[in-house]
Design a protein around this ligand. Structure first.
Ligand code: FDA
Length: 394
């Protein structure tokens, strides 16, 4: 039976970060993962360029049952700390909208950096290892049975992520283990995920697939995001939709402003005054793609000249442009979701160390717990910050 000070299950973003932090403290660390490759989600993230953090990270960029929980870890390991690490490894990066930071070259550089950090810190990473049983011994140690051997450790860190993208190895391992040790799990949902059409909507909107427009989207609870909206074969996507999906419940409508930053009533009045004989179709086609205009509005209405439209029609037009209320069928689910909402209840964990309050030596980090970030590098920042918080404590 081999003993390690610390065993971390999950060689993803949070697990590797935790391993390096604990290793640098002189702890004997082993990371186990059942995958063939470490950091698989990092490799495909950000379109292969990994949006590894955000210039401006605030606690309100995260959804969590306890809104204060994230504060301590985010303050101890900031996005500026991760940026400094990236710079130390000579990785070139750039900033996109809303402070999002991406590698110039490839997400591979982030995985290489984390593996190098683990190596320098003396933390070992063992892949292709199935863990079949974990028990806590009377001595306080954890005993793990794997398909290779049996191991014991003082501290056990669970970094197995959420349920999103099962084809990348996502599994309920962390939730099952939390349950085994009596920790509460909050219901899980797919987050940062595209919406799907109802059958009749699909007939109407599927031909618009590929069209992207600026938008401001509002959820029922008033949360609002101004970003691109993308029509797809299956439904609606794009950053605005992914963001709003975190705040959406089945059966709720979303409200889409197709002319963000424009006063639709004033713009229509101006067109009416300046081009009274122009058809509504041509007027709207100055603002929106023609195919979208034709899918949204009635043919007879579009053929009318601006000065043939009665007041109620102009008013209705402004309402539909500024707050198109749409009831989507659902989401694409875990198959394409970037994150999992819900998970291990943070009330069960110390916000400083991520250790379970009632099971000494057991830690949960990263996405497995009930913390999910907005789109924009926040989920990786949570993996880094929670990983370091545990790495400094184990
Ligand atoms: P992560 O999922 O990274 O790692 C979990 C590890 O546990 C994996 O290596 C897995 O193999 C292992 N594991 C699972 N079950 C196991 C078991 N039974 N036994 C052993 N090992 C097991 N975020 C962001 O901030 N910027 C971005 O650009 C993106 N882009 C993005 C794109 C796509 C397509 C997805 C799906 C997700 C993103 N994300 C993102 C989200 C981000 O990838 C995610 O929040 C973090 O990877 C979470 O890190 P964790 O370490 O918690 O889990």
């Amino acid at each position: 039976m081999k003993h390690h000070d610390v065993i971390i299950i999950g060689a993803g973003a949070a697990g590797l970060m935790c391993a390096a932090s604990a290793g640098y403290r002189g702890r004997d660390v082993l990371v186990l993962d059942n995958a063939k490759q470490a950091g698989r989600k990092i490799l495909i993230s950000g379109g292969g360029r990994c949006n590894f953090t955000n210039q401006k990270v605030e606690p309100n960029n995260f959804l969590c049952g306890n809104s204060h929980f994230v504060k301590s870890a985010l303050a101890r390991y900031r996005s500026s700390d991760f940026i400094e690490l990236v710079e130390r490894h000579g990785i070139e990066y750039h900033e996109r909208d809303h402070g999002q930071l991406f590698c110039n070259d490839s997400a591979k550089e982030i995985v290489t950096m984390l593996m190098t950090e683990c190596e320098w810190a003396g933390a070992k990473v063992q892949l292709r290892t199935e863990i079949s049983k974990i028990v806590k011994l009377d001595s306080g140690l954890f005993e793990l049975t794997t398909d290779k051997d049996s191991l014991t450790c003082d501290s056990l860190v669970i970094a197995t992520g959420g349920l999103s993208m099962p084809k990348l190895g996502a599994s309920p391992f962390g939730y099952n283990l939390a349950k085994q040790f009596g920790l509460k799990i909050l219901p899980t949902y797919a987050g940062l995920v595209p919406f799907t059409w109802h059958a009749e909507q699909k007939l109407k909107f599927e031909p618009l697939s590929g069209i992207a427009v600026p938008s401001t989207i509002t959820a029922k609870d008033g949360t609002q995001f101004s970003e691109a909206l993308l029509f797809t074969h299956r439904g609606l996507s794009g950053p605005a939709i992914l963001q709003i999906s975190n705040f959406w419940q089945p059966g709720e409508t979303i409200s889409i402003n197709l002319l963000p930053g424009v006063d639709a009533r004033a713009a229509i009045e101006l067109e009416l005054a300046n081009h009274p004989k122009q058809s509504l179709r041509n007027t709207l086609s100055h603002w929106l793609p023609k195919r979208l205009v034709e899918a949204l509005f009635d043919e007879n209405l579009l053929n009318k000249a601006m000065n043939q439209l009665v007041h109620s029609e102009l008013e209705q037009l402004a309402v539909e442009l500024e707050s198109w209320e749409i009831l989507m069928n659902g989401t694409e689910g875990y198959r394409t979701a970037e994150v999992t909402l819900g998970g291990v209840d943070t009330d069960e964990l110390s916000s400083k160390t991520m250790e379970a309050k009632n099971v000494s030596g057991l830690y949960f980090i990263g996405e497995v717990m009930d913390v999910s970030g907005w789109l924009g590098g926040f989920n990786f920042q949570w993996a880094w910050s929670s990983g370091v918080a545990a790495g400094l404590a184990v």
